[in-house]
Ligand binder design. Structure first.
Ligand SMILES: [Zn+2]
Length: 387
């Protein structure tokens, strides 16, 4: 931007939009009007908007253009609950500026990204009204909670209609210490199991007439917990297994427990499949003589975006804006990228610093919002300017 006052206005716009979004208390899965605000910005730019509510969840898909390739900005308007209000220095849903930081729930995860995407898109289509391909927004209010009626349903809807996404930039806060130092190019899979162990309740003085549910599963659980599942690979750390909850016993010291329930989770890499992990756990329990059942829930398969046009476009954008070479990471929790990547899309997550997300006094550096908008704009230019 050649005119410095115009640049200041642009910066102010991204900040103002972030503040407006924070003011809408969109505790998951409530959208609280965030998406209508986004839609009001997209419609005048020539986006065709489809509101796609499923259950209590608000989603929309907005697309500008009909041709390929299709670049999608994906994100969520919902935020995690604020927790105890008295712990916050300023009220979580009243955006507050203190020494260059903007405070509020969702400031980093991920309302500043949504604002930056909107500003980047407006600038880009103003400069390049006849850009090649299409730009779309895929926005949900169901990322932080169940993720059942959100992105996964919208992706299903798009597939039924034959819409294929080529590139997807997710606004999750990927950065670690400086904006753009890390982009996520994949995520581990997450597989949950709820184990129920059956024994026979009885008096501790008469163990022969009972079957202790705790004793019966200890050995097998120990083997699972100690096991090395794989060594990881060039893109992923090793697969991990964690028991997160165990419940058994009546509270009385003289009763042998007849049942036990345990919750466990796998974070797994591309060396594994959910089916293989399931089979291995069940085999280990059977071999240990455990009588059990397991309710499985696959919350996401692992995905990996190989180096290609999108990773190049994003890395170049970061280098041009801040002179930084981003680390390509697959760490962190799950994100809605897990639902988009299986369609064959290249998926990269680029967003602000994640140090304060889901915490009290969540914040984002005000200056980073503008730079993030510049980065998103460069991604658009790198991919959709006609040669
Ligand atoms: Zn998020």
């Amino acid at each position: 931007m050649a005119d410095p006052s115009a640049a200041a206005r642009e910066g102010a716009e991204a900040l103002a939009l972030t503040r407006e979004l924070i003011r809408r208390a969109s505790v998951t899965p409530d959208d609280a009007g965030c998406q209508e605000l986004m839609i009001r910005h997209l419609t005048p730019l020539g986006f065709e908007v489809e509101r796609l509510p499923f259950g209590a969840v608000t989603n929309f898909w907005a697309r500008r253009g009909t041709d390929g390739p299709l670049l999608v900005f994906a994100g969520h308007t919902d935020v995690v609950p604020a927790g105890p209000l008295e712990a916050w220095t300023s009220p979580p849903f009243e955006p507050h500026l203190r020494s260059g930081l903007l405070y509020g729930r969702g400031a980093a995860d991920m309302k500043s990204s949504l604002a930056a995407m909107l500003v980047a898109t407006r600038r880009f289509v103003t400069d390049h009204p006849d850009h090649r391909g299409s730009i779309a927004f895929l926005v949900t209010s169901d990322e932080e909670a169940d993720a059942v009626n959100g992105t996964v349903k919208v992706v299903e809807h798009l597939r039924e209609r034959g819409t294929t996404i080529d590139w997807c930039v997710v606004g999750e806060p990927s950065s670690s210490e400086r904006l753009g130092d890390v982009i996520r190019v994949g995520r581990r899979g997450s597989l949950n199991g709820r184990l129920t162990v059956h024994g026979v309740q009885g008096h501790v003085a008469y163990p022969d007439a009972a079957s202790n549910a705790i004793h019966s599963v200890l050995g097998a659980l120990d083997r699972l917990a100690r096991r090395t599942w794989d060594a990881g690979n060039a893109s992923f750390p090793p697969t991990g297994f964690q028991v997160s909850n165990i419940a058994a016993g009546t509270g009385a010291a003289n009763v042998i427990p007849g049942t036990l329930t345990a919750l466990f989770n796998f974070r797994f890499n591309t060396e594994q499949t959910a089916d293989a992990l399931r089979a291995e756990v069940e085999r280990t329990l059977r071999e240990g003589g455990v009588r059990f059942e397991i309710a499985w829930h696959l919350s996401g398969a692992p995905f990996l975006t190989h180096p290609g046009s999108l990773t190049r476009a994003v890395s170049d954008a970061i280098r041009d804006e801040v002179g930084r070479e981003p680390e390509h990471s697959t760490g962190g929790g799950t994100s809605d990228g897990r639902f988009i990547a299986p369609t064959g899309a290249e998926v990269v997550e680029l967003g602000p610093i994640n140090a304060s997300i889901h915490k009290v006094d969540e914040h984002v550096a005000v200056g980073d919002i503008d730079v993030l908008a510049d980065m998103y704009q460069r991604v658009l230019e790198n991919l959709l300017v006609r040669a």
